[in-house]
Ligand binder design. Structure first.
Ligand code: ZN
Length: 338
């Protein structure tokens, strides 16, 4: 079995696809089978599905599974104790691969979105110059982000099959990509979403131990409590309701990232601002506000923190007490538009 090291910030699905190609394995399940017939193959039956893949991907590398997960997956955005809710579906989703690989805690509904995966054209050019190939970055796959945090450029949105068709982005023109509309780009540049982008980027650069983000988010909520009547009202709402309640996040962003809500409340695609928000908030409860994706559980709480605190330094101090001023990636963060 050939070892294929992951590139910096490479998203696990792209790495896995390159690993399979290098070893002439047709489908991901073949990776597991090839190890089951090996000397120590029996033990893999008892491992959890996602862990079995990580184990293969880090084999031969100077890296633990834990470190791999922190550097190459978005699992940190999922609630630690929350079990994934996956279901079998037709076509692509029926592949056992997706069952295991929604390990990044995307859910089945996410995979039906027209633009699930994203890439930045400038990052692609720079990667090819530096590594000879381009690849899919994890920072571009964070839910709710439509601009490259490093280049402030609109991300190309691609179909669910794209990573498997072209893990090195060798022919991006052959992928069915969608560029964000000017309205969606403008929405991403509003203060709260710019701050969200900055905090998430830093979380990837300086990952917290497993489960710590959840605790830190609770600390952030306590910090923001009672700052203003609107803040305290926002903090009592479920995450998505809190975000909508602030009237600072444009509808175009909410509709793009939470399509079921658009279907429910605006079948014609036209929003009437006050009426839509009021109607949503009346019916908002924890079940609907979870917004269908595991990744959104911590992501929305993070966005809620960005709406109530609004200041990167304060959030940094809660997430990384005492080390915010010594950020190793400060130069990159200063380029961010927040
Ligand atoms: Zn970029």
């Amino acid at each position: 079995m050939r070892t294929v090291p992951a590139l910096p910030d490479e998203f696990v699905l792209g790495h896995l696809t390159r690993h399979l190609a290098a070893n002439a394995l047709p489908v991901p399940s073949a990776l597991l089978k090839s190890f089951r017939t090996g000397v120590d193959g029996g033990s893999h039956h008892h491992a959890r599905g996602e862990s079995r893949y990580y184990e293969q991907l880090v084999r031969g590398l100077e890296m633990t599974e834990q470190t791999y997960k922190q550097r190459h997956t978005l699992v940190f955005l999922a609630k630690h104790t929350q079990p994934g809710v996956y279901s079998a579906d037709e076509g692509f989703l029926a592949e056992p691969f997706v069952y295991h690989h929604i390990p990044m805690n995307f859910m089945v509904d996410d995979t039906k979105r027209p633009t699930l995966w994203k890439f930045c054209a400038t990052c692609r050019v720079l990667d090819r110059a530096r590594y000879g190939i381009a690849y899919w970055h994890i920072v571009h796959q964070v839910p709710g982000i439509d601009l490259c945090p490093l280049h402030d450029e609109p991300l190309h949105g691609c179909t669910v099959e794209s990573i498997f068709q072209d893990p090195t982005l060798s022919k991006p023109d052959a992928l069915q990509c969608i560029i964000p509309t000017p309205e969606l780009i403008a929405a991403n540049r509003t203060p709260a979403l710019s701050l969200y982008r900055a905090v998430v980027t830093e979380l990837l650069a300086r990952p917290l131990p497993d489960g710590q983000l959840r605790l830190k988010l609770l600390a952030l909520r306590r910090h923001g409590w009672m700052q203003s009547p609107l803040d305290s009202q926002t903090l009592r709402l479920p995450s998505l309701g809190a975000v909508i309640n602030r009237h600072e996040i444009p509808e175009v962003w909410i509709a793009h990232h939470f399509p079921p809500i658009r279907k429910q409340w605006a079948p014609d695609g036209v929003f009437v601002d006050k009426a839509w928000r009021a109607k949503f908030l009346q019916t908002c409860h924890h079940r609907t506000s979870k917004a269908r994706s595991d990744l959104w559980t911590n992501g929305l709480d993070l966005l809620r923190a960005c709406l109530t605190i609004r200041d990167l330094a304060t959030i940094q101090e809660v997430l990384w007490p005492g080390v915010a001023s010594a950020a190793p990636d400060q130069a990159a963060l200063e380029q961010l538009p927040c």
